[in-house]
Design a protein around this ligand. Structure first.
Ligand code: ZN
Ligand code: ZN
Ligand code: ZN
Length: 143
């Protein structure tokens, strides 16, 4: 990931004001090496600024509706979120069945499938998701 998004520019393209909270949320998601739960995003943003939970959750839902953020429909009650910009194309996920942490896997092969699906005829691929379940290294060491 050599390149990075210009978040202010991205928000402008979406017709959204580049508020400090919106920018901080995109930065947090952009820096994350794994998919984050809404609660984790809230905790991270609170290390930077005061913000109420409703605001963060509302912005997250809005980003997700606009396709700026991917909401992963994984097992379990809580959703995980990640940035859906050009630098973060769709990729498979590994979820630990014990701690529920979600790791992002290399998108290479999936990229090809995605491109092929859109192909010369132009199918419209809207959503692709591959989930691998198992036990993460941290949980394996405990048991
Ligand atoms: Zn980006
Ligand atoms: Zn685990
Ligand atoms: Zn991911």
């Amino acid at each position: 990931m050599s390149d990075r998004c210009n978040f202010s520019h991205w928000l402008a393209l979406e017709g959204l004001r580049a508020t400090p909270v919106r920018l901080a949320m995109l930065e947090i998601l952009g820096e994350a090496s794994r998919a984050l739960r809404a609660q984790e995003i809230l905790e991270l943003i609170r290390t930077r600024r005061r913000v109420n939970k409703v605001t963060v959750y509302r912005i997250l839902e809005d980003f997700s509706r606009r396709g700026m953020v991917r909401k992963l429909s994984l097992e379990g009650r809580v959703n995980h979120f990640e940035l859906a910009c050009e630098h973060h194309p769709p990729h498979p996920h590994f979820q630990c069945q014990t701690c529920r942490e979600v790791q992002c896997l290399e998108p290479v092969a999936l990229n090809r499938m995605w491109t092929e699906l859109r192909g010369p005829l132009g199918n419209r691929a809207d959503h692709i998701e591959i989930r691998i379940e198992g036990l993460c290294h941290k949980c394996r060491n405990i048991s």
